[in-house]
Design a protein around this ligand. Sequence first.
Ligand SMILES: [Zn+2]
Length: 152
Amino acid sequence: MTQTQNDSQQNPAKAGVRTYTGGCHCGAVRYEATVNLADVSRCNCTFCTKFGNIGNVSMKPSAFRLIKGQEHVSRYAREGSPNSRSFCKHCGVMCFGAGDVPELGGEFRSVGVNTLDDVDPSLLTYQYWDGRHDNWQSGPRSSPWPFQPTVS
Ligand SMILES: [Zn+2]
């Protein structure tokens, strides 16, 4: 085995586009996502911060499949927002999200990388978005964006 093959097996960030399985903690909710784990985002918006924001990977809706547990899923969205997070009603794990942000390519699904089977989040590289300030035009960067003080 070459070093490169070994790296991609050990490190999902180097594995390219692959289909991963994932789910909540109690097993009621299961899904599949075809994604590239070289592109994992963290965001500082109030939504992501409250949900713990361990890291999310986004995909087109067709690359996400809920395998089981639709009846065990509860969804949260801020009133009027097209973006939502879905979590297991039983164990409370925030599993996946859905949304529509034209600046980021339109409709998408996302999953928490911490919910994917056999993926070690400590091996991934994160890109940070400044969602708290709606600063999407700046794109992601390699270090977190600080909160700007609120002018009162
Ligand atoms: Zn559960």
